[in-house]
Ligand binder design. Structure first.
Ligand SMILES: NC(=O)c1ccc[n+]([C@@H]2O[C@H](COP(=O)([O-])OP(=O)(O)OC[C@H]3O[C@@H](n4cnc5c(N)ncnc54)[C@H](OP(=O)(O)O)[C@@H]3O)[C@@H](O)[C@H]2O)c1
Length: 297
């Protein structure tokens, strides 16, 4: 039931300023194209992401039993709406109850901890996750985050699924993906398009409000990823392929990747990846990407 592409029901897709009809069109295209993995989070768009996803799935008549709907707990808003982390058993349990209501589900197919530190993975938290599973509130358990905690979670109960970041721009988690798969865990990867950091600004970022929003978000990580991505642009060229399709096809051919979760605001982009990235990566593009990774000039 796990499609190789997953739709991130997050970021701009989840925002109120992105019209519900447009969000519906993206989701409908995903479901029509055979995407069964839908990724969201309790904190995304201050809860609007989960509520929108639940509403639209009902509206589209989707059967939740055929989908791997994943949400995340552990990122919470304070009284002023500022986001922080809380992996206490009480906070995680409250978020799970809220997610079940927002998504109108009796059981969450996948619950991921959202960016914990290794120290957050206490015995109390593990016992809470076990209790939630035993009570039938969640099925699979996972972690979405960066390398230190992901390394810590490889092969460890109760985590069935890991969701590290992996892209042509940041290929460093490949050994972790392979190790998790060897340990029997399923691997979804986030950020397979590297936030489109390799896209030329005029073509991608500066033509739509969503593009500007994604650019501002990319710049919050500092100029370094955008600067590093310049070197990748020549490698992401091949006749009959877009750079996004090449970047995605590269991720999908990495050993152990079960599914790559990406975001989009355009049905045409989604449809293009569904068919375009399903092809074998051209040898010349694979070699060019490998040369960039090896640091060749
Ligand atoms: N835990 C974390 O800290 C964290 C952080 C970030 C993301 N994530 C996860 O990653 C998932 C996706 O994140 P995201 O929604 O922010 O999206 P993303 O995958 O990081 O980036 C989406 C960007 O790719 C572009 N794009 C998509 N398909 C394209 C195509 N075929 N051609 C050209 N451009 C294309 C989009 O532009 P258009 O809209 O124009 O298509 C948008 O600019 C989410 O589900 C989220 O859970 C987690």
């Amino acid at each position: 039931m796990v499609s190789v592409l997953g739709l991130g029901c997050a970021s701009y897709w989840a925002k109120r300023r992105f019209a519900e009809a447009d969000a519906r069109a993206v989701l409908a295209t995903a479901l029509d194209g055979g995407i069964t993995v839908l990724d969201t989070g309790a904190s995304y768009a201050h809860g609007h992401a989960e509520r929108r996803l639940g509403r639209l799935l009902r509206d589209l008549g989707a059967d939740p039993d055929t989908l791997l709907i994943g949400t995340k707990a552990g990122t919470v808003a304070d009284a002023r709406g500022r986001l922080g982390k809380d992996f206490s058993p009480a906070a995680v349990t409250t978020q799970v109850e809220g997610s079940l209501r927002a998504l109108a589900l009796e059981r969450l197919p996948l619950l991921q901890l959202h960016g914990p530190e290794p120290a957050d993975l206490t015995d109390d938290l593990r016992a809470t996750l076990d209790r939630l599973r035993a009570a039938g509130k969640v099925d699979l358990l996972g972690i979405n985050g960066f390398a230190p905690v992901m390394r810590h979670a490889v092969g460890r109960a109760p985590f069935d699924v890991l969701m590290p970041f992996l892209s042509v721009l940041d290929p460093g988690t490949r050994p972790l993906v392979a190790a998790a798969t060897d340990a029997g865990q399923g691997v979804l990867v986030a950020g397979p398009l590297a936030r489109m950091a390799f896209a030329p600004p005029l073509g991608h970022w500066l033509t739509r409000p969503s593009g500007l929003w994604y650019l501002a978000r990319a710049l919050r990580h500092g100029p370094t990823p955008l600067w590093r991505a310049r070197r990748l642009r020549p490698a992401l060229r091949a006749e009959g392929w877009t750079p996004a399709e090449l970047a995605m096809a590269w991720v999908l051919e990495q050993p152990g990747v079960a599914c790559a979760v990406f975001g989009t605001t355009r049905p045409a982009h989604l449809a293009a990846l569904t068919t375009g990235a399903a092809r074998p990566l051209p040898d010349a593009a694979r070699a060019a990407i490998a040369r960039v990774h090896a640091g060749a000039p």
